[in-house]
Design a protein. Sequence first.
Length: 289
Amino acid sequence: MTSASSILTLSCQDQRGIVQRVSGFLADHGCNILDSAQFGDTQSKLFFMRVHFVHEDTKLVFDELRSAFGKLADTMQMNWDMHDAAVKPRVLIMVSKIGHCLNDLLFRFRSGLLPVEIVGIVSNHTDFYQLAASYNIPFHHFPLATGAPPEAKLAQEHKILELVKTHQVDLVVLARYMQILSSQMCEALRGRAINIHHSFLPSFKGAKPYYQAHDRGVKLIGATAHFVTGDLDEGPIIEQGVERVTHAMGPETLTAIGRDVECVVLARAVKWFVEHRILLNGHKTVVFS
């Protein structure tokens, strides 16, 4: 008998019996739990849960199971979703002229380390069209000059959102895409767009942040992956990483180390997203390992 693997994620007001009712529902519908994680936030009074399970009843299709759980979820006012684990999320990557994160994500994708379907690469430059072609991934050049008027920016973003809609994109990854998204774009991609930012350098903004950091003699450099919001680089944090540096390292070395950290941190965030391990908790996230 074949079995189908699914992942259930939920959040709701913390109350007695959540785990019992969820596990009981799954048992009653012929499902077997493979792993489960839960967290109760004493500050927000919210409860979060992720359950990975299989169902062996071939007569019970995924949509029927999802519909049945919806009735339980309504009674407990849950914010929830159920995912077919066999379906790879569809990802759109955006990049400008710095390609280390793009290259890393593509390698992980090709190597089978990142369970996604990359439907396209969008850039406001043409630097990486050959890299995209080498992976047989569509490359979309939507130019946007520095200082372009607002109407040009909105027109360019409209093209991107059309791609998101047409290709049914689940996640947009800003892999060093060096344009500030409009508030409309951020709202349209709420909860499904991840950015990478050089963190632990919060005072070093603009061009060449690692050079600025070198001038100030920092001892730690790092990166933060976060959800995109209208507040620039202040969206809910998903993952962070740091590396120690010393006075003997020049700005080029700091830049190289920083880029390595950015690659690892962004890849982790993307992997956790597509494995449905991240739940929003206000301005924060719950990330189940």
